[in-house]
Design a binder for this molecule. Structure first.
Ligand code: SAM
Ligand code: SF4
Length: 459
């Protein structure tokens, strides 16, 4: 048995939050951190000194779930050494499979659903015996379970402890109505709920006043912002309003669904000076048969047509995508269609995945599963092709000047900084801390796949 030790009195209200997954989860973690600070807790990066450890989970593929359970196994040992340590889990895995979570990790002190994350201070108050009222805990016994109710609106105006100083995430909507056959999100995050426009604008105005220069609007499908809401404001209208906010320099957004990307939005993207020339437009597959089995509701031709329209309206636009290989029924011919699409479009980046069957999703029932070995080989072929295309594209940028916003010191060298172009490319160039948060022109001198090298440029 490991020797037992105590969490020191000073550390008992120090909270360590580890976030898995997408930007939406990061945004929720920033809100939880802000709420905790307001309630007298302190955040810490140091796991060893924490009195509370929270994993804010994702469940987009089985692999992530395995990683989370393996992390929990390590934390269980830490809890055996320090029995007062409070351990909690929030996010998509909890929302989707609360019973399995509690069965596999009965030592957890609390779990929180995706629409209840903001109740964290109340739950901790209850666990610390602070007598905080108002928690919706289903049970007063161990562990505390606060599970989400479907389609629940999240309170507005909550404080946030942002990770970054000049660039911030702002959620415009939560949930998803699309039910792509492979995806967990609609089950884990519920149906679409758009935030009122005035609350989004207020949050961005406050950020701009605090010196934030770039914002990324977040939603699983931002293109359907406002649908079914009383306010008749769609995403293109929202962009027009955000573009008017003074001091803000750059607007990004993610994710766009190809079936909902309207001509109006493309035109606004072209007209609005702060909207960056980058679009993340997940295609998932280049085969119409597979797109139909994925329930994506568009064809390869529709996607290609969108790309043509986007490039006509915004010639310098950078396009990135998500692709799944090894989906049930994917024949070599279907995979070839994907490779061909990747070649024709010439993406500036692609997140590529092997299909992962997820319990409760429609695709998990489909026959004609692809052996892991075949999926793995296809993934490698796809990555190789994409890297070759990307390197060629990046090489064509050598000698050009780009405006970058400097994000921080380079991970590779303490004498260099990393900046991001409007097209979402990272350029590393010589410079110091004083440049962080500044905009500067940089000339590309060398191309790589993941980043470019540059020097302070001339315009
Ligand atoms: N809402 C976005 C969209 O419509 O594309 C994406 C959300 S999802 C969290 C991010 C990406 O994970 C998806 O675009 C897809 O490529 C991948 N993904 C989701 N479920 C998957 C699964 N079961 N197996 C493999 N990849 C998956
Ligand atoms: Fe998942 Fe499809 Fe919704 Fe994206 S649009 S979150 S892939 S269901």
């Amino acid at each position: 048995m490991p020797e037992k030790s105590k969490v020191s009195e000073n550390n008992i209200r120090k909270v360590h939050i580890h976030t898995y997954g997408c930007q939406m989860n990061e945004y929720d973690s920033e809100t939880m951190a802000g709420l905790l600070e307001n309630s007298g807790y302190h955040l810490t990066d140091n796991l060893q000194e924490a009195g509370v450890i929270l994993l804010n989970t994702c469940y987009v593929r089985e692999k992530v779930k395995h990683r989370i359970y393996s992390r929990l196994g390590e934390l269980k040992k830490l809890k055996e050494e320090k029995p007062e340590l409070i351990l909690g889990l929030s996010g998509c895995l909890v929302q989707k499979e609360p019973e399995e979570v509690l069965q596999r990790a009965p030592y957890l002190d609390f779990i929180l659903g995706t629409s209840n994350f903001y109740q964290l201070p109340e739950v901790l108050g209850q666990l610390f015996g602070d007598g905080v009222r108002g928690t919706k805990a289903e049970s007063s016994s161990h562990p505390t379970i606060v599970r989400a109710e479907e389609d629940r609106a999240i309170p507005e105006g909550m404080p946030k402890l942002r990770k970054r100083r000049f660039s911030a995430f702002v959620s415009v909507m939560r949930g998803c109505n699309n039910f792509c056959s492979y995806c967990n999100v609609p089950y884990a995050r519920g149906r679409e709920v758009s935030r009122p426009c005035k609350d989004i604008l207020r949050e961005i105005e406050e950020l701009a006043q605090k010196g934030y220069k770039e914002i990324t609007l977040l939603g699983q499908n931002v293109n359907s912002y406002g649908k079914g809401e009383k306010e008749k404001i769609d995403f293109a209208d929202l962009l027009v309003l955000v573009n008017q906010i003074e001091k803000l320099r750059r607007i990004r957004f993610t994710t766009s669904h190809p079936k909902d990307l309207s001509d109006k939005l493309i035109n606004k993207m072209a007209q609005l000076d702060k909207v960056c020339e980058h679009l993340h437009l997940p295609v998932q597959s280049g085969s119409n048969k597979i797109l139909s089995r994925m329930k994506r509701n568009y064809t390869r031709e529709h996607y290609q047509n969108l790309v043509d329209k986007l490039r006509q309206a915004i010639p310098e636009i950078a396009l990135t995508t998500d692709i799944i290989v090894g989906f049930p029924g994917e024949k070599e011919k279907d995979f070839q269609d994907t490779l061909e699409l990747v070649e024709t479009v010439g993406f500036d980046g692609a997140f590529t995945f092997c299909y992962s069957p997820l319990k409760g999703t429609e695709a998990a029932q489909l026959e004609e599963r692809i052996p892991e070995e075949t999926s793995g080989q296809r993934l490698r072929r796809l990555i190789e092709l994409q890297q070759t295309i990307l390197l060629k594209k990046n090489e064509s940028l050598v000698g050009e000047n780009f405006e970058v916003m400097v994000e921080g010191i380079s991970k590779k060298s303490p004498h260099a900084v990393e900046g991001r172009t409007r097209g979402n490319k990272i350029i590393i160039f010589r410079g110091g801390r004083n440049l962080i948060g500044e905009f500067t022109s940089v000339e590309v001198v060398e191309a790589g796949c993941w980043a470019l090298k540059g020097k302070i440029g001339s315009c």
